[in-house]
Ligand binder design. Structure first.
Ligand code: SF4
Length: 435
């Protein structure tokens, strides 16, 4: 292969894949490779795939086939990431034009293949991040030790590996110096951070958060995603409640609202424990915004168990909740479980959940009307009458997964403006810039 000078990178899947791609791009930039927008102009085309659920696998296969079909003479096509970790053989079968297949975490190998002297490139292998507008993801760990019966992630990503605290803090400072106003902490399970380095369960992350908050200063928002229910500890709640720049927002995927289903899922928490920590979170932070996600149609889920999920979600009232249909994954214990639920039933249950959740979210959003909130401004423009408008997020909305705030008035992208909220919908808030 001649020494490549340009590359085109396609990233599929979740924000954690975005972070991995950012890591790869930094390695490639260190080797002076230049990114190009179209595959046709690239010496190397790289696909960072997603293999989490059936739909994302199908998208990844489709992207690989398309790029293989457009491949030009002399071009190198590389497939890496979660899908190829699981299905390397099928990737080659589906698209014979693929030249190289790598699994997850092999970004240095990809860069080496493209003639980058990775040992000469400064980078943080475990804690990459990106700045997108005023927000940046900060990946604090990878891998997962949990036994969830439906999830293939531990097989794809391997065991928990926490980025050392010093590296995370350095990376956070770099991002803030580059203009980030919000750091969104991600990992397969952020609350497990430090356990592989000896931290007692539930104690590592609060210490890391305190270090981060001190290092980035009071102006930078810290937001926590992907908390594991049984690790939402009193120390974490206390740290969130007493550290002003940790936004009162928690994403805690609960997966189900029936104890029997949770046991079959091999989730270690029960609903009494969930009720208890949510009560503690709301007592410590009355304004906290809670996000969660559920699975409809896990094997054996009866109509009565699904109704328990509906009842539970109605009782707790989450500000944001997603519901996904169960995706049958090879190499997971749930794959062979009896009582697989039909796609039609799963789809109907998901839709019922989402109808209920829309009504709940709409009511909860109304509590913000009349309040003035700091808005992280992501963009600005004009309405149909030529008047200035801005779009952004308050502490209530995480990037990419929650709604937005649209406000009349002017403010610079990247700044924090005060916005008085005047109206709400199920997902978005509307207001006026007041300062
Ligand atoms: S905690 Fe999350 S990533 Fe880990 S096994 Fe469970 S669902 Fe998968």
């Amino acid at each position: 292969m001649p020494v490549p000078r340009t590359y085109h990178l396609v990233t599929l899947g979740c924000p954690k894949n975005d972070v991995d791609s950012e890591h790869l791009e930094r390695l490639l930039a260190g080797g002076e490779l230049i990114p190009v927008l179209q595959p046709e102009g690239a010496d190397a085309v790289i696909v960072n795939t997603c293999g989490f659920i059936e739909q994302s696998q199908a998208e990844s296969f489709a992207a690989i086939r398309e790029l293989a079909g457009r491949k030009q003479d002399g071009q190198t096509l590389i497939v890496a990431g979660c899908l190829s970790q699981l299905y390397a053989g099928q990737v080659r079968e589906t698209a014979p034009g693929v030249d190289h297949v790598f699994g997850v975490g092999q970004w240095q190998e990809v860069a080496r293949l493209l003639s980058v002297d990775v040992d000469a490139v400064y980078d943080i292998p475990e804690s990459a991040a990106r700045v997108s507008g005023p927000s940046a993801y900060l990946k604090i760990s990878d891998g997962c030790d949990a036994p969830c019966a439906f999830c293939v992630i531990p097989r794809i990503k391997g065991r928990l590996r926490s980025a050392p605290a010093g590296l995370v803090v350095r990376e956070a400072k770099r991002l803030v110096a580059a203009g980030a106003k919000e750091l969104v902490l991600v990992g397969q399970d952020t609350t497990a951070w430090g356990e592989d380095q000896g931290s007692p369960v539930g104690e590592g992350l609060p210490l890391l958060l305190k270090q981060l908050a001190g290092a980035v200063g009071p102006e930078t928002w810290l937001r926590l995603m992907y908390a594991y229910p049984s690790r939402v500890s009193p120390q974490l709640i206390e740290t969130m409640a007493t550290t002003p720049n940790i936004v009162p927002y928690l994403d805690v995927p609960l997966q189900h609202g029936s104890d029997a289903v949770l046991r079959r899922m091999k989730r270690p928490h029960n609903l009494e424990k969930v009720r208890a920590f949510i009560h503690d979170l709301r007592t410590a932070m009355p304004d906290i915004v809670l996000r969660t996600s559920f699975i409809a149609g896990f094997p054996g889920e009866t109509e009565a168990e699904f109704r328990e999920l509906l009842d539970f979600a109605r009782e707790i009232r989450f500000d944001h909740a997603g519901c996904f249909t169960y995706s049958r994954q090879q190499w997971t214990p749930a794959f062979e479980m009896p009582g697989q639920v039909s796609a039609a039933v799963m789809g109907r249950r998901r839709d019922r959940f989402m109808r209920q959740q829309q009504a709940i979210a709409g009511k909860l959003a109304r509590r913000f009307v009349g309040r003035t909130l700091p808005l992280l401004v992501e963009g600005c423009g004009e309405d149909g009458d030529g008047l200035p408008v801005v779009v952004g997020r308050t502490y209530r909305e995480a990037p990419e997964v929650d709604g937005l705030v649209l406000a009349r008035g002017a403010a610079e992208p990247g700044s924090i403006a005060s916005v008085r909220i005047t109206a709400s919908s199920e997902y978005d808030l509307f207001g006026t810039v007041v300062g």
